[in-house]
Design a protein around this ligand. Structure first.
Ligand code: URP
Ligand code: ZN
Ligand code: ZN
Length: 459
């Protein structure tokens, strides 16, 4: 059935206009004033609300075997949480470990998502070793529609690659025209610092941050940039958390290195004191890179406002409290990660746009459009235009509420943002023209999501 959105105040990364939006066969077909519609068309009146392109989360974990356990969401729970929060597309990290076969891993991740996601999705393919079969396998995965790789400079012996493996991955990526996303922390230093702190009897969650200090992230970021510079590949730093790492990336940008920067929701709003709480309270906020000293938050917001930080993701990675306590005797055993897929848009709108630190268009750019452009989804996703997929968020700026685990859709028994106020939330969310959410409730079709085939961008 066609859908007509009347009186839309449309906000994209670079424009604002009023009109009606007509949707047929999953796509926007017409935009203009007072559009007519055939009988039987479903009509939604958007008067008084903002209409955004569907938001894109470029960094999430759904299926994830990690740190002796599995992240808690399924593709059904994660995608419903995403949609309720206004995210209509997510890119999941496909993360087989060094012990696994990459191609088998890719097929496993694909099979987990297929038919189970309520919104569209893609994968960044992790390269966690580089050996005989790797090049051929990665070529096959790129041909299947995956236009980005992921490497970890951290998590030694599990996901982490050596410098030589990083070099080979970047060389191949350059040839294939795909971008390489990277978790930038020095694995050797993290491992030595962890050993040293534990030997001193420092076992509580508060020691997680000192085991991965800002300098360790800055070194990883700088090294990744140097490898990009010397291979000519294009790269994207994931979850950048602090000023020294930002300086390293900006320095590389100024030398002409093709490097883009993502920061994630927790680092804009939470600081390391959250991880210093006693027992499981602190453990809930253990992630990598860790929550930082508060002084970094203004640096991140300023860089985001100016577009130096390109995108805001979540690194959504829910481990519940029964899993977090695996680290009761040693902070190194606390499963790293925090949920956020549901909260990202509302929190960035409230603490960015509403507080006057983030321009409305930059907000759309950072949470949707720029990820679409970088990862080969634009203009299908990330904008409101005739021909684009009809992924739309009709946003109620008058809504007032408070975040709580009791009301969330992600499969986790806590919220890292418990008690935070929000000033706005999606009122209607569509995925390719079908209404999936109304006023905080999922009302849609569970298996609607499709894997998006992406073409290499040859940056
Ligand atoms: O703490 C985190 N970030 N957990 C998920 C794995 C990763 O590094 O992205
Ligand atoms: Zn990471
Ligand atoms: Zn991650």
């Amino acid at each position: 059935m066609p859908l007509l959105i009347r009186n839309a105040d449309m906000v994209t990364a670079d424009s604002r206009s009023r009109g009606d939006i007509y949707i047929e066969d999953e796509a926007i077909t017409r935009i203009g004033p007072n559009l007519d519609a055939p009988p039987g068309t479903e009509i939604v009146d958007a008067t008084g609300k903002l209409v955004f392109p569907g938001f894109i989360d470029p960094h999430v974990h759904v299926y994830l075997p990690f740190m002796a356990t599995f992240a808690k969401d399924t593709h059904e729970t994660a995608s419903i949480a995403a949609l309720v929060g206004g995210t209509t597309t997510y890119i999941e990290m496909c993360c087989p470990s060094r012990l696994d076969d990459a191609l088998e891993g890719y097929h496993l991740w694909k099979s987990k998502a297929e038919g189970n996601s309520a919104c569209d999705y893609s994968f960044h393919m992790s390269v966690t070793k580089f050996e005989g079969a790797t090049e051929q396998q990665l070529r096959e995965i790129v041909t299947d529609g995956i236009a980005s790789f992921k490497i970890f400079l951290s998590y030694k012996n599990f996901f982490g690659v050596t410098d030589d493996e990083m070099y080979q991955t970047l060389q191949l990526a350059k040839k294939l025209g795909v971008i390489v996303t990277a978790h930038c922390e020095n694995a050797e230093l993290v491992s030595r610092l962890q050993e040293m702190l534990l030997a001193e009897g420092k076992t509580e969650p508060e020691w997680h941050e000192p085991s991965r200090p800002e300098s360790v992230e800055a070194e990883g970021t700088g090294r990744f940039a140097t490898f990009l510079e010397n291979t000519g590949a294009a790269g994207y730093v994931v979850h950048l958390s602090c000023k020294p790492a930002l300086d390293a990336a900006m320095n590389a940008k100024s030398r002409g290195v093709r490097i883009w920067i993502e920061s994630v929701l927790p680092h804009f709003l939470l600081d390391k004191t959250y991880a210093e709480g006693p027992g499981v309270e602190g453990m809930k906020h253990v992630m990598s890179p860790p929550l930082r000293d508060r002084r970094n938050q203004k640096v991140l917001w300023d860089a985001l406002a100016q577009g130096f930080i390109d995108t805001v993701g979540t690194d959504h990675c829910p481990f519940d409290t029964s899993q977090k306590v695996l680290g009761r005797d040693a902070f190194t055993q606390i499963p790293n990660g925090i949920p956020g897929i549901e909260e990202r848009v509302n929190l960035m709108y409230t603490y960015g746009v509403k507080r006057g630190v983030l321009d409305l268009h930059r907000f759309v750019d950072a949470t949707s459009t720029r990820a679409a452009r970088l990862f080969g989804l634009f203009p299908r996703k990330g904008t409101i235009a005739a021909g684009s997929d009809a992924d739309l968020v009709i946003y109620d700026t008058g809504y007032r509420g408070m975040l709580s685990a009791t009301a969330q859709h992600t499969n986790c028994d806590y919220s890292g943002f418990e008690g935070m106020e929000i000033e706005g939330r999606p009122s209607v969310v569509t995925v390719r023209g079908r209404i999936q959410v109304r006023d905080g409730k999922f009302v849609g079709e569970r298996g609607r999501g499709r894997m998006l085939k992406r073409e290499p961008m040859y940056f």
